[in-house]
Design a protein around this ligand. Sequence first.
Ligand code: GLN
Ligand code: ZN
Length: 765
Amino acid sequence: MVQSSVLGFPRMGALRDLKKANEAYWADKISQADLLAEGKRLRLAHWKIQKDTGVDIIPSNDFAFYDHILDHIQLFNAVPDRYTSQKLSPLDEYFAMGRGHQKGGVDVPSLEMVKWFDSNYHYVKPTLQDNQTFSLAKDPKPVREFLEAKEAGIQTRPVLVGPVTFLALGKADRGSSVDPISLIDKLVPVYVELLKALKAAGADSVQIDEPILVFDLKPEVKNAFKPAYEAIAALGSAGPAITIATYFGDIVHNFDVLPAFANLQGIHVDLARNPEQLEAVIKQLGPKQILSAGVVDGRNIWKNNFAKSIAVLQSAIKALGPDRVVVATSSSLLHTPHTLASEKKLPADVYEWFSFASEKVKEVAILAKAVTDAESVRAELDANAVALKSRTESTRTNDPKVKERQAQVTPEQHDRKSEFDTRYAQQKTHLSLPLFPTTTIGSFPQTSEIRVQRNKFTKGEISEQAYDDFIKKEIDLAIQIQDELGLDVYVHGEPERNDMVQYFGERLQGYVFTTHAWVQSYGSRCVRPPIIVGDISRPAPMTVKESKYAASVSKKPMKGMLTGPVTCLRWSFPRDDVHQSVQCQQLALALRDEVVDLEKNGIFVIQVDEPALREGLPLRKGAERDAYLKWAVDSFKLATAGVEDSTQIHSHFCYSEFQDFFHAIAALDADVLSIENSKSDAKLLKVFIDEAYPRHIGPGVYDIHSPRVPTEAEFKQRIQEMLEYLRPEQLWINPDCGLKTRKWDEVKGALTHMVNAAKYFREQY
Ligand code: GLN
Ligand code: ZN
């Protein structure tokens, strides 16, 4: 019999319950016991959803209060001394590592947090010491939660992050130089002990995640698998049966690692993203090994294509027999919202196209039945076919005008009229820019007053006229403050924007929005990405009204502010029926019209933000990455190249690791780049000299995440350092990113010092 399996379930609950409970605990509004009870309630509720749906293999230990890698740091007693020495309760020590702790005389910053593969989820990086030891925590969480489910009558399969992935994702702590993977022999005995304890508690099987297998691996990392998994397999019947799970890519390039798993029960592969690896993986399996076939996509919100999945499953069953195939989600469902049932405002036609976590759980259960006895789920299969057909044929999905326009895109449309030198000569006179021009990245403080008015407007409590008047007043204020500060290129402050992607999505054809479809980004932070459902076009200008008004009341050049095509794509749920490059080009064409309209309306500096450009980079070097870089860069260029030479195009990136990505950023051909830099070594800017970068750059001179107002001397020092790597006429002076999370007095204080420092250098040259 073909079984069904879920690799992990979202933790937040239907109404972001976990976020609320965590934040209440952090604010001392509920007790530790209350928070623990809420965690238990959520776990039980999530197991029950899966059990009631008829899923055969239900995960446990997929729950985490903050992050599952952080759970493992504590599970293996790999907590740096600066936390253990505080003698906090285990839960507070855990949160201290996740988010820092500044209370009761304790002041420790958090551990580093980074993106989980190519998703928008962030994990806490294992941070290891030269003399690192590992041991199993008392009352280990995976055992505890397994027993908790068992007590509720639900047999689960605990999920662990594998030892190789845990170490390979880690780093040496400050002051240590250990290569984390060299610690494998110290870590594996703890897994062995844990697996024994799980088996003793009644866990017959365990899922061990080794997603690191989708990367290109250094030999040291590859070689770590064999000893680790031989030790684990040696447990024999003293340990549970083990399935190794991989996701977010194919594992074909790492097949030489698979013999390490020869004595384990099975392997899970992501067939939603890489269906083409199926045949090759089947050939690699041992004679009794089970294939966990990840056909239900854990990364998007689209209804599964049952016919397609059934075909994939049947080819696996044909090769392996029904007992050796499990129908599974492609990855944990952590990256999908809780349930579609909460969405009361979606248009009826599109509602049927979606499937969130709770619905995906049903899909695996239905698919498992479908490949055994299709008649038993005939109604579900038919309904699925109807929904998919309605999506394929919908006028929302297909807009012939958009397709026609895409067919007519020419290579010339991607290039500015002239080279940078010619453009800059015109811009300089047109905009009368001084040396070391000062500017900001776009947003000014989003005060509670702004949020209140926006909410009133959304709820229909105030008229459009009243709201517009309010926004105008906010723009007036932003301009008056910029006059006082003496900045050189102004922004309107973005008071009308709720979110840098949603704002544009709401003004474009081809998008829909949800009310409850939150996805965890990190800790208690959730995002609610808009959904691209069809071909994208721009029915009317999106930002011209505000920018034009702002320019009309401003005596310095006003910078128009747009979110770039790649960022709009990456921070939305994309379609799964056309390639992302096609969607990106549609966004680019819509933005191109906006850029040209801004110019026509007297906006001659236009910033197109692409903070998500880098995160879209495919995980492995090679053809897929090269192709991404080509279409991502082309989309930006298509969006921005429609203007005259005298119009200045800016772009902005909020990450400082641009060295390995330098060529892509340079290829954008933006006249001015602003990049996050204040917390990094100015030496990173050396790449601009080494590569003889000809255009202009504003490396952020202060950290906008902190309320702290840097002194004028600090700004001068920072600019001085930058001048070692950049030519004076190349350097812009600006903060790291937008100022929407700051307070006005912080902004005024910091920008006053920033402008003074710029003036000081202007006098020197
Ligand atoms: N223009 C945006 C702002 O200032 C940029 C935000 C971002 O890069 N994340 O808010
Ligand atoms: Zn930014």
